[in-house]
Write a protein that binds this ligand. Structure first.
Ligand SMILES: Nc1ncnc2c1ncn2[C@@H]1O[C@H](COP(=O)(O)OP(=O)(O)OP(=O)(O)O)[C@@H](O)[C@H]1O
Length: 334
């Protein structure tokens, strides 16, 4: 278990992490989300005692990181995959780490096998691709067989097979009862991996809830209806006092706040044929953008679109796009 209590970090006038309190519990994958510059990396660095908090505390299994006698056996982390010594082989990088943490050398072969790097164990890690580097960083995190694992953007540079592998690895580790804390910009990936979410914006806690609750609380749900008798359907809904929005392009109607079963039965009672009756729920990405619209620090703009100021209500069309290939405009910066 990781526990944060009123954790705050200031860099000069900039408050990167602002009074954060939450717990990361065992047995589930907890996703850590926030727009660029929200304070995720700073928070993770403080969890590992790599940065000193300005105030507040972090406890790992009830203790401060620096009071853990053999930290790698409690918490393993992938923060920066390039942190390895490039002139050393994958095997030797892990062996040095094992020796300095009183971990048996036999564990090195085990973790190399686990991450699929056995065939390149003797190769210098500076020749590794981004994906191989990520795997080596994950091997280092797993070395001490810790109960808590923390991954900062673990799927960076991984191919689809690698992404599936890390997703299953994280779920498997949580399934064994470990605490798994993972940050990612890839919302679709997070939606498939995380059970619980911690969302921050401008250093502050925005949400601490299950994935299902997060999507339910932050997204619009509605029912889409299509019928060859659209005018009759519209009249019927109107007569029943049900508000419907007509979509000009598709000829579909959207209805908020009425269950699809009720709509289907109503249409059937009046002999109206339906070609579509589908409950719709926004994706994690839409829910996330809706929630963090006010706390996005770095905005992307469509060519020719007017720049939206910080704190403006971003709609999907002008909201920042998440994931690879996004051009962002940094406001401020480190
Ligand atoms: N060493 C530092 N000195 C000054 N400012 C810093 C430092 N490290 C981080 N910051 C600032 O603190 C804020 C939080 O940064 P941080 O890297 O923790 O965010 P993040 O959520 O991890 O962002 P990203 O998703 O872009 O990696 C940013 O405004 C950043 O510019």
């Amino acid at each position: 278990m990781i526990e944060l209590e009123a954790l705050t970090k200031r860099f000069g006038a900039k408050t990167a992490v602002d009074n954060l309190s939450f717990q990361v519990k065992p047995g589930v994958v907890t996703g850590f989300l926030g727009p660029n510059g929200a304070g995720k990396s700073t928070t993770m660095r403080m969890m590992l005692d790599l940065d000193n908090p300005t105030s507040g505390t972090v406890r790992i299994d009830g203790k401060h990181y620096r009071d853990l006698s053999e930290p790698l056996k409690h918490i393993g982390a992938l923060l920066d995959a390039k942190a390895m010594h490039g002139g050393r082989s994958a095997y030797n990088n892990l062996l040095c780490l094992a020796e300095s943490n009183r971990i048996p050398a036999s564990r090195v072969g085990e973790v190399l096998d686990l991450v699929g790097l056995t065939a390149v164990a003797k190769k210098k890690s500076k020749g590794f691709s981004l994906g191989m580097g990520q795997r080596l960083g994950i091997a280092a995190a797993l070395l001490g067989d810790p109960e808590i694992l923390m991954f900062d953007e673990p799927v960076n540079g991984l191919d689809p097979e690698g992404i599936l592998w890390i997703r299953n690895l994280m779920k498997g580790l949580a399934g064994e009862g470990r605490t798994v804390f993972v940050s990612s910009h890839l919302m679709s990936e997070m939606a498939l991996t995380a059970d619980h979410l911690i969302v921050i914006g401008q250093g502050k806690l925005l949400a601490d809830m299950s994935m299902a609750e997060f999507i339910q609380h932050n997204s619009r749900s509605f029912v889409r209806l299509r019928s060859p008798q659209q005018e009759q359907l519209k009249d019927l809904l109107h007569a029943e006092g049900i508000a419907a929005t007509a979509l000009p392009d598709s000829g579909a109607l959207e209805v908020d706040g009425v269950a699809s079963e009720q709509l289907g039965e109503l249409a059937a009672r009046h002999g109206i044929v339906l070609h579509e009756l589908s409950p719709q729920r926004a994706s994690l990405e839409e829910a996330f953008m809706r929630m963090t619209a006010d706390s996005v620090e770095y905005h992307a703009h469509a060519p020719g679109a007017p720049a939206a100021g910080v704190g403006s209500q971003a709609r999907p069309a002008d909201a920042p796009v998440w994931g690879a290939g996004t051009e962002t405009t940094r406001k401020g910066g480190r």
